[in-house]
Design a binder for this molecule. Sequence first.
Ligand SMILES: NC(=O)c1ccc[n+]([C@@H]2O[C@H](COP(=O)([O-])OP(=O)(O)OC[C@H]3O[C@@H](n4cnc5c(N)ncnc54)[C@H](OP(=O)(O)O)[C@@H]3O)[C@@H](O)[C@H]2O)c1
Length: 288
Amino acid sequence: MNLQDKRVLVTGASGGIGRALVVRLLDEGAQVLLSGRDHGALSAVVEHHPDQERTAIFAADITSASDRARLCDFASRWRGGIDILINNAAVNDFTLLMSQSAESLETAIATNLTGPMDLCRRLSACLGRSEAAHIVNIGSVFGSIGFAGNTVYCATKFGLRGFSEALRRELADTDIRVHYFAPRATRTSFNSNALNDLNEMLGNASDDPVEVARHIVQALQADKLEQVIGWPEKFFARVNAVLPRVVDMVLLHKLATIRNFASRSTSATVGRPTSNFVHSTAKPREFS
Ligand SMILES: NC(=O)c1ccc[n+]([C@@H]2O[C@H](COP(=O)([O-])OP(=O)(O)OC[C@H]3O[C@@H](n4cnc5c(N)ncnc54)[C@H](OP(=O)(O)O)[C@@H]3O)[C@@H](O)[C@H]2O)c1
């Protein structure tokens, strides 16, 4: 697939992987609509980029149904409508379930699952007008392997993977392709210090977000439908699907360590007050 002039909406565009995705997409000639809650952070992603005239910004909280409606309305009209939706925004709260607040649990489901599903629903008519549309849902290796300390996050990413598979089949006779790409641990501010420390202790590899974005864009260009990024995680995901009891036993040996690190995390209040959404049509710096 050639990304030249494709109109792409990226959620979570101010985050580590989101920023790298925006830059990579611009480098490939795409036009990018950036979304996240913080207009200033989104502006900073592209303010020095030579192709910033090919970008626009729309600040929205995807846990809010009215923000989602406004974002989709804008995306449907921006440059005639988008060709590609990348559902990338997400939150995680690394903690044991019994210590996780109800608010954190609900925010994770709203951000990681309800938000992406509703954006797909609301934008399907707009994507249907494109000659070759794509939905890219960014999952996680934790969408294939249940991992202690990440129970709610795993539930949302397992859900997103199932949703992507079902939607791909539902849209199989249309021009909308549905992809699900799953990074492993990546060096962004997404993970708490406790989770980073645990990864280091367990010897889990952690990727550079620029590399992850490169993999995602290349997988999209190659029309891959589903991919876990990174070895041996790709292999473990397959083993978990076929022999989950074996993975149970392997992870049992790590449980005391995981519990120890997870109990150092205090459940985050990951939600924020709904921002004032602000949008632009051409040069992000011109809009307040
Ligand atoms: N980093 C990892 O280790 C890792 C591993 C596997 C998979 N992933 C997946 O990769 C994707 C990107 O992760 P990342 O590491 O780049 O995370 P990040 O650096 O924490 O960025 C998260 C992004 O989501 C946005 N966001 C969060 N809550 C939002 C809300 N309610 N409404 C709108 N935007 C919201 C944030 O912007 P604001 O806060 O400004 O709104 C930010 O742009 C996620 O889907 C994550 O699950 C990450």
